[in-house]
Design a protein around this ligand. Sequence first.
Ligand SMILES: NC(=O)c1ccc[n+]([C@@H]2O[C@H](COP(=O)([O-])OP(=O)(O)OC[C@H]3O[C@@H](n4cnc5c(N)ncnc54)[C@H](O)[C@@H]3O)[C@@H](O)[C@H]2O)c1
Ligand SMILES: O[C@H]1[C@H](O)[C@@H](O)[C@H](O)[C@@H](O)[C@H]1O
Length: 339
Amino acid sequence: MSGLLGVAVMGAGHMGADHIRRLDRVVSGARVAAVADPDAERAKEAVGGIDGATVHTDVEAALDAPGVEAVLIASPGEAHEEALLAAFARGLPVLCEKPMAPDSAGALRVVEAEARLGRRLAQIGFMRRYDAEYRQLKSLLDGGRLGRPLMLHCVHRNVSSPPHFTSAMLVTSSVSHEIDAARWLLGQELSAVTVLRPRPSASAPRGLLDPQLVLFETEGGAVVDVEIFVNCGFGYEVRCEAVCEAGSARIGETRGMLVTGAGSARQEVPQDYLVRFSDAYDREVRAWVDATRRGRVTGPDAWDGYAAATVAEAGARALETGVRTPVELAPRPPLRDPA
Ligand SMILES: NC(=O)c1ccc[n+]([C@@H]2O[C@H](COP(=O)([O-])OP(=O)(O)OC[C@H]3O[C@@H](n4cnc5c(N)ncnc54)[C@H](O)[C@@H]3O)[C@@H](O)[C@H]2O)c1
Ligand SMILES: O[C@H]1[C@H](O)[C@@H](O)[C@H](O)[C@@H](O)[C@H]1O
């Protein structure tokens, strides 16, 4: 491909608008060709004056707009399956924000649709795989210097949750990142999940079970614990400590400059993901654009999206029942050549 990759962006909310800015100004090799959002005003505002970008309230119209060669999906999770299948039907490569689908049945339909095509088209937006610290931890664990990993201790805190957030979404939306990161870091599937519900914080909206402590077991006998607290009020904090047979490694402890004054030291705490993971999003979208221009699809795939959705669904059940819940993955369909 010689020209700029024409991208249609689905959804112009928080993530969509940020990705539109990134495609337009940060990542070379791509241009925003079309944007779809049922809220036309929001779409127009996100597009601003980007030359050649058309605005649509309908997903299919945006996919069929002139110059569209690839799709970035940043609509709410419930809209992802339809947009993915519409992109597949047109043979368009896709970067789809997490969660790939809100439930395992929808996620499996996406995996099966891609398998029927016989080639990969989807990359799923688990951006932590592109974060410098996570990558460092991954190579340390893969190198084997610390011996086998036994446990991951994870912390995931948001300042506040959006109004539509439910207790199950702490697992299905927020912890989906730790589910993917744990599978990737350990190279193992997660096999069971238990969720503890401490008393809700007074800052949590009425009825929201926040925080939660989510405990995963892996097929290889490791254990992963995740504190998820989406209305902590004080900062966006994401940490992970790997405890191995011969040592431990911790990421996410410090960010930015430490300022020491009279009798105290200060450090800024990021307030949201757009700050904490800005480099990771840049690297993720750059890698997707570069691969797409070379006719390749890399990064987390539809199966990763399916596995995360299935583990998260088991987590939502475990939250409801209070019982340890096994994870049952469907057999993985092979990508086969279209007849
Ligand atoms: N990777 C991350 O760290 C990260 C961070 C935030 C959100 N997300 C994910 O990004 C997605 C969007 O989240 P957000 O925070 O931007 O939400 P948002 O509510 O801010 O924006 C969603 C936008 O999509 C539009 N929309 C609704 N239905 C649509 C459809 N069928 N087609 C196109 N657009 C539609 C809405 O009008 C809205 O403008 C979600 O899947 C979310 O889980 C990922
Ligand atoms: O959709 C967002 C996003 O995935 C963030 O990275 C995560 O920290 C939030 O908890 C979640 O609500």
